[in-house]
Design a protein around this ligand. Structure first.
Ligand SMILES: NC(=O)c1ccc[n+]([C@@H]2O[C@H](COP(=O)([O-])OP(=O)(O)OC[C@H]3O[C@@H](n4cnc5c(N)ncnc54)[C@H](O)[C@@H]3O)[C@@H](O)[C@H]2O)c1
Length: 332
């Protein structure tokens, strides 16, 4: 019987991954700083990636690992913690796997290992130079190198997955959620920008948002300073989970690196108005001076070699989020 360890098993993707793997008949153990939601894993170890004893307990009897525990932050104050968790923590976990006969070690990397904000060509495929522009992207690239090093030196069967930006459908409707809030909601974006160290780009963006903000929340269509709407891939958690499952199970995944994400990128002026129709909130374009998102990432390699077939568009995710919200209202 296989036992899969999901690190970060209480997180947004990890908790849903644990639940899906469990539902498909695997034994699943979660490892995280906090306990997972009830019923998502068969068992769990609460511990930190810096705790060798907790890691040994978590790895006991395990046949495969999906390593998702990480800190994602773009705030300078979190850089030290990010290197400690994403780099040293990944090293600690890899060291703790030595001597175990693991069938697969899957590492959750990120599209931020590429220069997504200034790509050299589009769509970004796995051959694109890895030149991260954020500290977070640097930690993920260092993680990848360690994973590859352990594969070379210790014969570990590894798979590196470069995750696209990933959302659960219900998050799209939550102005307070980590990603969707500042991406699609004006007051949430203002709160995020006001928490950043001041710079002229931040000040100009705050001014542009304040010019249209109202006490009631509104959507905005993020645009570059020249008014071009942002464009990027947004993956559903369910498609991302399928990518991780393939990384864990597919023979062709061993020793390889894949982009995992949606079928294609989408412009914000195409779908934010659709989200606004469902939430009933006003929507307007706002040109920001902070980083502009104008990229497309190819998942063709995962499609060709693993049979990865992303199912959900952003419109499907909005429809599903709206249904879940209606269900919640009906239950209230
Ligand atoms: N969600 C995305 O858009 C996205 C995009 C690219 C890559 N990723 C990667 O996917 C993985 C999962 O992302 P997510 O969105 O579920 O993030 P998340 O923040 O919801 O989950 C991360 C989990 O890791 C746990 N964790 C953090 N530090 C830990 C430590 N020191 N010891 C033990 N547990 C610790 C947290 O408690 C949390 O539950 C991460 O590795 C992230 O970098 C996510």
């Amino acid at each position: 019987m296989s036992l899969i360890l999901v690190t970060g098993g209480s997180g947004r993707i990890g908790s849903r991954l644990a639940q899906t793997l469990k539902q498909s008949g695997h034994q699943v153990r979660a490892f995280d700083r906090v306990a997972p939601p009830t019923g998502t894993a068969d068992d769990y170890v609460v511990g930190d990636l810096d705790d060798a004893q907790a890691l040994a307990a978590a790895l006991d009897g395990v046949t495969a690992v999906a390593h998702l525990a990480a800190l994602m932050s773009w705030h300078p104050k979190d850089e030290d913690a990010m290197f400690a968790i994403n780099v040293q923590g990944t090293y600690n976990l890899l060291q703790a796997t030595r001597g175990l006969s693991l069938e697969r070690f899957v590492f959750a990397s990120s599209g931020e290992v590429y220069p997504e904000l200034k790509p050299q060509y589009l769509p970004i495929d796995e051959n694109h130079p890895t030149l991260p522009t954020s500290a977070y992207g640097m930690t993920k690239l260092l993680g990848e190198e360690m994973v590859k090093g352990f594969a070379r030196r210790h014969g570990l069967s590894t798979c590196i997955l470069r995750f696209a930006h990933t959302q659960a459908p219900e998050e799209l409707f939550d102005a307070n959620s980590f990603f969707s809030g500042p991406r699609f909601y004006i007051n949430a974006k203002l709160r995020q920008l006001r928490g950043l160290p001041p710079s002229s780009a931040v000040e100009q963006s705050i001014a542009a948002l304040e010019a249209v903000a109202t006490p009631e929340e509104q959507h905005f269509i993020g645009c570059a300073p020249d008014g071009t709407p942002y464009r990027m891939g947004i993956c559903s958690v369910s498609d991302m989970i399928e990518g991780v499952r393939l990384g864990l199970e597919h023979p062709a995944a061993s020793g390889e690196t894949f982009n995992i994400g949606p079928q294609k990128a989408v412009a914000f002026d195409e779908f934010v108005p659709y989200l606004a129709q469902k939430t009933g909130l006003p929507v307007q374009p706002v040109s920001l001076h902070t980083a502009s998102y104008r990229y497309e990432t190819s998942v063709e390699k995962a499609q060709r070699e693993l049979g990865y077939a992303p199912q959900m568009t952003i419109f499907d995710m909005i429809d599903e989020g709206a249904k879940l919200r209606e269900g919640n209202f009906a239950a209230d």
